[in-house]
Every structure is written in C-alpha cells, then in structure tokens.
Design a binder for this molecule. Structure first.
Ligand code: ZN
Length: 567
C-alpha cells in the first residue's frame, strides 16, 4: 500500500477504552498465564492502532497545514493524548503487579518493565496541578521566543530567520546580526528569568512531592536513563573537558588562520570558509536518486529499505507551500512503515536528511518485528547512535552529492560533531547545578552558566556583548526550558558514532556493518549500555574511552590540507 492510499477514520475512543480496560481487568484477574498474555497482546494491538492513526494525522497535517480536515483531527488527538496516557498508566500498573509477571517477562522486552516503573514513579495525582503549571510555563517560553521580530537590512526576521547571518561573509553583518539577537534576549531578560525561575521551583516541588531528593532524580527517570547515573555522567563530562576541549580550541585557531583573523569573535564561530560551505549538487530529484544508489551499494538490507520507502511514498522531502517547517522521522506501526519528512533547501542539510533521518528510519524498519510499542525505538541517547552512525557509514558515497567539495564536507561534518561535544555537556552540567541548587537567584544562575562556559567553551569571548558576558546565552537553548536533561543524549550518541567512524574509515574493521545492523534490529529492547556493548563499542562512561577516537579524528582533520577548501 502507498502512503497516499492509507485510510484514516477517527476511532471511537469510548469503545476502545472499554475494550482496553476489559483487557486490564483480564490481566489483573487471570487465573492462567495464557489469559494475561493474550490480554497484553490485545492491548498492544489497540496501542498500535491508536499510534498509527494519530501518527497518520500528524504526518498529513505537517505535509499540508492548510488542510482543515487534518487540522481538526490534530486538535482531536492533542486533546485526547493525556487521556490515553492514563490508560497506559493503568495497564503498566496491572502488568507490574500481575502474578504472571515472570511469564509476561518472557514476552515483553526487558526494557519494558523499568520504563513502566519509571512512568509510575514520576507521576502521582497530587502533582497534576504542578504538571499543568510546568506545561504552561514551557508554552510561555516558546511564545516569547516566537514573538521576536527583528528589523535588519530593511526586513523583519524571527529568531530562526536570523540564523543565516551567522554565515555571512561580511564580518560587520555577522556582528550586527548577533548584536540584534542578543538585544532581543536582553530586552526580555526579566520575562525569561521569571519563566525559568518558576520552572525550576515547580520542578523542585514536583520532585519533593514525589519523595525525591531533587529534580535531577526525576529528570533521569523521565528520560528513562536505565543503566547509568549522575556520577557516571560527571566522569564523562570530565573526559570531554580533558580530551575534546583542547582539540576544539585548536580547530578554532585553524579557522582564525584560514579566515585571516587575529582571533575569532563569537559571531565568527559559525563562519568556516571564505569559499562558503560545501553544497550538494543537483536537483532534489537527483539528490534522492543518489541516495537510492548509495543505499543499494551499501548493503542488501539498506537496498531493500530504500526501495520500500520510495515505492510506498514514505518520503516527503521537498519544500512546498503549506508544508510545516523542519524535518523528522516517524513510524506507522500497523503498516510497519517508517516515514521521513523534510524541507529540502539546497544545502548540506538535504544530504543529512538522507543519512541522519534515514538512519532513524532504517533502525525502525529493522525493528518492525517488535510488537511492544514502548520498545520499538530505543531511549534518546541510543536512538541517535543509529542516525549519527549512518551519517558516517554513508561517507564512501559523499562524492555522489558533493563532487569536488567532498573533503570540505567531510571536514565540516567530522569537526562539527567534535565542536558540539563541549557545548552539549555544558548544557547538561548547568542543569545539574540548577536543580541541585534550586534556591539560586537568576543572577546566580547566569554567573554559573558563565563560569561553566569559561571551562567548556573558552573560545567564546564576549567582552563586547555585556548581556552574554553576564551569562545570558542559555536563554536561547529551548531544551533547558522545555525538556530538562534532554541534551547530553546527543553527545553520548555522537561519541558512539565516532567509534563507528573510526572503525570504518581508519581501521577498515570488517564487522562494522554487522554490528550496526544488529543494534538496529535490537531497537529499544535493550538499554543504552547493553546496546553499546552489543555494537562492540566502548562505554563513554569509562575513563579514557574517548582518547583513541578523538586522537584519530584530530589526525584525520590535521591531514586535510587547507587547499581542499579552495573549491
Ligand atoms: Zn536524530
């Protein structure tokens, strides 16, 4: 079946609810294991149907935001999601308390149980008003961000619209644009402070009401960190500080030399080459055709996958009027079909869609045997291993996209991943400080951020921008407001993907593909460290585990001559 032919009808939720709760009581009262097992499978069928229908609606709504039918259906699902969440909670309670639990453990993946327990631990009816406040404050933050109207060069821009000026060849343009963005945050400092201060207080209260020491504990449970703790994360941050920060510092020095600047100002950091960034060649159709050729040559499994995606219209890649912005990969369980959405714009980001988002899609396609919806995708830090590693496994084909600019692309890709690591762990470290000391004032929080910036990102020297110099940069990092502790995940996945890069590019390790394929099949049925071990990767939490990989990256980047960037 093709995507356009998939039928949608709004389900009768009352009927489904009755069926769902009948199955729950069967699990609770079952006199035989068989009965509990059958009821569990039946519940999963309902969950998968609900997941398929709501995902179908959100895909079609994002493809055409002007279609009023799917707009209305989106509103319907938004309204009912919290209610369906309560069905799941009741189901988790029944399974966890079942006298047939050990029989159910033979059917449900091992990650299901701790995740179900976590979702119960972080919820109690008592905290409903606090959760509502938390949501309201998050929404206020996005509204405040979206309210920015910045006048520049005779036009009005929102914040994402200002981003392109960070790569403008004219230094004065970069400086002015960066000042204007800063001025917006400076002007609204009191509002950002109020929102975040309230968020911290509400979250601290949530944690204490639930009986936890601090919100850090709740944050880890919400993120389903199944097999590592804050001490291990601390070791890892220290490793980044020791082994990555010096290499990134060197990369920025090289960038300054390349640009002929004495030192880089914060507004120079994104501007890498006077000749501009590497750009893919060809029309969107040609780029997709190159992607199809690449996946056919990479392995039989990726060949089958890309044909499945193309034949069934599961890729919506090109920008068109009415389409929502951004890009994503999602999954329709009843059709065992991934879906990729993007807005091709002629930059290297188009190729990232075909490697990164397709990496997610390939994983979920290999995981389609998993009937437990909670365990199809792994937790976030593991999810991004699949996508970020595919970006590197696709390297031998980059000439199809970038031609003579291939080395420039590879340099930007590899160094970009490395440069991100210190910032990524800084965001994490900051949040630990914030929630371990909820009594801090907004000014103390800013001072904490600036102190950590000096450690992790010493190349950011703001002397000319007093707002940033007081520690205001993090106002623009949405995760800090809306998704606490969701950030270090990207860095953990990146250092795992770097190991795949080294094994495939430097060591010619013949088992790379099998290891990668294995963890794609594992999906979310295992926890992070088990996935890492299954892929024969080193745990990022072991002291010294990053050293060899970072050295190999440094060497590889050093060996690329500046002359490669002329084109
Ligand atoms: Zn991703």
């Amino acid at each position: 079946m093709k995507f356009s032919e998939l039928e949608y009808q709004r389900p009768d939720l009352d009927l489904l609810k009755e069926d769902f709760f009948n199955q729950i009581s069967l699990i609770e009262k079952a006199e035989e294991a068989e009965v509990a097992l059958k009821a569990t499978k039946h519940i999963q069928e309902i969950q998968n149907t609900l997941g398929t229908l709501s995902t179908l609606v959100s895909i079609r709504n994002s493809i055409n935001t002007k279609d009023s039918f799917y707009e209305e259906e989106t509103a319907f699902w938004d309204e009912h999601f919290p209610i369906i969440g309560e069905w799941d909670t009741a189901y988790y309670r029944a399974v966890l308390g079942s006298k047939w639990r050990s029989e159910l453990e033979n059917y449900l993946p091992e990650t299901f149980f701790p995740m179900a327990e976590n979702s119960l631990k972080v919820f109690s009816p008592e905290i409903i008003p606090l959760l509502q406040q938390e949501n309201k404050l998050s929404t206020e933050y996005s509204k405040l961000q979206a309210s920015a109207e910045i006048e520049f060069q005779g036009q009005t821009y929102n914040l994402p619209g200002m981003a392109k000026f960070a790569q403008d060849p004219d230094r004065e343009v970069r400086r002015q644009a960066s000042e204007l963005v800063s001025a917006f945050y400076n002007e609204h400092e009191a509002e950002f402070d109020r929102i975040y201060d309230n968020l911290v207080k509400v979250r601290d209260q949530i944690a204490k009401t639930l009986g936890f020491k601090d919100f850090v504990e709740v944050g880890y449970l919400r993120m389903n960190r199944l097999d590592y703790n804050r001490q291990q994360v601390e070791v890892y941050r220290q490793e980044i500080l020791e082994h990555v920060v010096p290499v990134v510092n060197k990369l920025y020095q090289r960038q300054a030399d390349r640009l002929g600047l004495e030192s880089l100002k914060p507004y120079d950091l994104e501007y890498k080459f006077k000749t501009g960034n590497a750009m893919p060649q060809g029309t969107p159709e040609e780029i997709l055709a190159a992607g199809v050729k690449m996946y056919h040559e990479l392995s039989p499994e990726t060949g089958e996958f890309i044909d499945f995606m193309v034949d069934r219209e599961l890729l919506d890649l090109v920008t068109k009027p009415g389409k929502a912005s951004g890009g994503y990969c999602t999954y329709l369980p009843d059709y065992e079909a991934p879906f990729i959405f993007s807005n091709f714009n002629g930059t290297a980001a188009d190729v990232d869609v075909l490697t990164h988002e397709a990496g997610h899609a390939f994983q979920v396609f290999q995981s389609r045997w998993i009937q437990t919806p909670e365990c199809v995708w792994p937790t976030f830090e593991s999810c991004e291993i699949h996508s970020m590693s595919m970006e590197f496994l696709a390297w031998p084909w980059m000439e199809l996209f970038f031609g003579s600019q291939t080395l420039k692309y590879k340099f930007t890709h590899l160094s970009g991943g490395l440069i991100f690591l210190p910032y990524g762990v800084l965001v994490d470290h900051f949040q630990h400080e914030v929630y371990e000391h909820p009594e801090m004032t907004p000014a103390e929080r800013r001072a904490t951020w600036r102190r950590l910036e000096r450690q992790y990102v010493p190349w950011k020297q703001y002397e000319a921008d007093s707002f940033l110099d007081r520690g205001g940069f993090w106002f623009r990092q949405g995760h800090i407001f809306a998704s606490p502790f969701y950030y270090i995940d990207y860095t953990l996945a990146q250092v795992c993907a770097f190991q795949f890069w080294k094994r495939s590019q430097i060591d010619d390790d013949p088992s790379v593909w099998t290891d990668y394929l294995n963890i794609c099949r594992t999906g979310g049925t295992k926890s992070f460290l088990k996935i890492v071990a299954e892929a024969n990767l080193k745990s990022p939490f072991e002291p010294g585990s990053l050293v060899e990989t970072v050295q190999a990256i440094e060497q590889y980047l050093d060996d690329i001559p500046e002359s490669a960037f002329q084109a």
